[in-house]
Write a protein that binds this ligand. Structure first.
Ligand SMILES: [Mn+2]
Length: 407
């Protein structure tokens, strides 16, 4: 049995706006948080000890982190070198430099010849000898349209078509790697990408936003014992059948408020050929807390805000207070006492939003939860707008034409 620790999306050096300067160290407290959390992962790798550590990409917010951030990262991974634990560092989109190839911030480990360290900045298979046997790790770094295609090939193509072309190319290249695998050695695919659950089909490409989305079927190959992903910050297993597991461990720390409700952690894997067991291990990370309160109808808005704050445990948390009020209520807000109430937080922001008295109440028939035909919606809307009476007929006609073109 091989023991592997899989972590991803460290993003060390990001989220400084949620921290403050530690007067003792002179460092941003969020950098210290990220280093502490990473050190918990490395502690676990050393304590078990694991046979291999795989990192799914996005080490820093960009490819050129300041030296003290780079050093904080290296200081933790260095402990794996000392313990002679082989480590694979995959290049994510944030690690790629706009100039030149590959991951500038991670390539230094290869350039220095750090013992046992492998940098995955291209699609290839690494044959790694661990204390408990061999393992094959296929690295698939973040792909851009220039990775597998020339500019001439993609010129004039819609993004969906580029995505399809890239998927087809990638399939061929992965096939080539698969054919050269030793079928008796446990195999891990380590990839930084956006995967989806849909089967291969053109409709899928319409949902593509920025960057590429790759079909899950590309990853769920029986020759892979475990598919280790990076990129998505929320932990999840994409493959319901778990054969093989297709795992995003998620980020190790909350990068911003969008991750407020997510558990953060890493994944421990026990692996032998044809048999895998994995477990998500939560990390003790700093709490983020949004306090949102509408006091526009409150008789005592100040008391209502303080009451909302008191409902939350904000000790040492990163807090944002958002309160909505009417403009004439502004004078009765005592901001000094709000600051006092929020002072147990690690850091906090206060955002006041004015509720406009002029805003038209929504048309009740058109609430977001009811699914309604676009033409019906427009008709309902026009029936509620006396001022548009004269042009409502031509608006409906125009809408009809637009919908006909669309379908
Ligand atoms: Mn990423």
């Amino acid at each position: 049995m091989l023991k592997i620790l899989h972590l991803s999306d460290i993003h060390m050096g990001s989220g400084f706006s949620h921290g403050r300067i530690n007067p003792i160290t002179g460092l941003n407290t969020r950098l210290e948080d990220f280093v502490d959390t990473l050190s918990v992962c490395i502690d676990r790798a050393l304590a078990d000890p694991v046979d291999l550590v795989i990192f799914g990409g996005d080490a820093f917010p960009d490819a050129t982190p300041p030296p003290y951030v780079q050093e904080a990262f290296a200081g933790q991974f260095r402990r794996l070198v000392d313990a002679e634990i082989p480590t694979v560092l995959l290049v994510g989109n944030h690690d790629q430099h706009s100039q030149g190839q590959g991951g500038a911030s991670l390539n230094i480990y290869r350039t220095l010849g750090v013992p046992g360290f492998v940098v995955g900045d291209r699609l290839m298979t690494h044959h790694i000898q661990t204390r408990n046997g061999k393992v094959q790790v296929i690295t698939l770094p973040w792909l851009t349209r220039s990775t597998l295609m020339t500019r001439q090939e993609t010129e004039g193509l819609a993004l969906a078509e580029v995505n399809q072309l890239l998927t087809e190319r990638l399939q061929v290249v992965i096939e080539g790697e698969i054919r050269r695998l030793d079928p008796n050695v446990p195999t891990v695919l380590l990839a930084h990408l956006m995967a989806d659950n849909a089967t291969l089909g053109a409709e899928r490409y319409l949902a593509v936003g920025k960057g590429f989305t790759l079909p899950l079927s590309l990853l769920t190959r029986p020759c892979f014992d475990y598919v280790a992903l990076g990129h998505v910050h929320r932990h999840q297993n994409l493959n319901k059948s778990n054969d093989p597991p297709v795992i995003y461990p998620g980020s190790i720390e909350r990068v911003d408020f969008s991750e407020e409700k997510e558990d953060k952690g890493y994944v421990m894997i026990e692996l032998e050929k044809g048999n895998v067991h994995w477990e998500f291990c939560p990390l003790p990370v700093r709490t983020f807390c949004t306090i949102e309160v509408d006091v526009s109808k409150a008789d005592d808005p100040q008391a209502a805000i303080l009451k909302a704050i008191a409902k939350h445990d904000i000790q040492d948390a990163v807090v944002r207070l958002i309160y909505k009020l009417r403009s004439e209520q502004m004078d009765v807000i005592d901001s000094a006492s709000l600051h006092t109430a929020l002072s147990p937080a690690h850091t906090y922001t206060i955002q006041a939003e004015l509720v406009s008295q002029l805003a038209r109440p929504r048309i009740p028939e058109l609430n977001a939860s009811s699914s309604i035909d676009p033409m019906e919606a427009l008709k309902t809307y026009l029936q509620n707008r006396e001022d548009l009476k004269d042009i409502s007929a031509s608006m409906l006609e125009a809408a009809q034409q637009l919908l006909a073109v669309d379908s």
